[in-house]
Write a protein that binds this ligand. Sequence first.
Ligand code: 0WD
Length: 254
Amino acid sequence: SGVMKGRRGLVMGVANNRSIAWGIAKSCHEQGAELAFTYQGEALEKRVRPLAAELGAAVVGHCDVTDPATIDQVFEEVKRVWGGLDFLVHCIAFSDKDELTGRYIETSADNFSKSLFISCYSFTAIAQRAEKLMQPGGAMLTLTYYGAEKWMPHYNVMGVAKAALEASVRYLAADLGPNGIRVNAVSAGPIKTLAASGIGDFRYILKWNELNSPLRRTVTIEEVGDVGMYLVSDLSRGVTGEIHHVDAGYHVVG
Ligand code: 0WD
């Protein structure tokens, strides 16, 4: 039983058991979904395989979004194993750590391109492939952050990349809506993950959110997971193009 019974989903961006992608995968699994994971490189494969096994999920291969051949391989594998796809979860972002501190104005052209490519364009590239496997009722989800909407200390070029990602959610929702496919994002509050450890003064940001959010705390990957699950389930069948905050309410005060 469960609201995700019979739904098959590809989850991209599990790095370890603290990853937001892992929180979403767990919630989808609890509700009866069948899952497939990708991993980025051999080092992460060692972490992803045992996690996938915990949820009875398939592992459909290495995917580095900067290498389009690896995206194609993953989707060929999904097609081979399932013949179709009901939902997609994209939890991928990257920026050079050295530019996640100090001033945005110092951003290099090279890191600007790389950050926007990996953190924004990859969702569109993946959506292109996923569309071909989806029927009406399909759903796609990505992860964003409040730094897209407002200046945040140290977030810099990632804020610009997330703003572009949020705009792409709206354009993808319009493109895919006529096919009955929905596209949404969760805007998560700060959570201590591998990717977050690259952001300057992250502990201070966590503390600030804890002191100032309406719920007076930060959020967990399980809380982000439950909302992510809802957005790729039929419960949200009337929702598309939405950026849903899961941030203990911080966006109303910050
Ligand atoms: O506070 C936070 N942690 C928030 C994260 C608040 C709001 C949003 N987010 C977003 C992130 O920007 C990202 O889009 O959530 C998403 C997931 O991030 P996460 O769960 O915080 O971080 P992590 O567990 O590190 O997963 C991100 C993964 C990578 O891990 P590492 O740390 O090794 O970079 O993104 C993947 C990779 O697995 N990734 C890639 N995958 C394929 N190709 C690539 C790539 N080129 N680059 C990074």
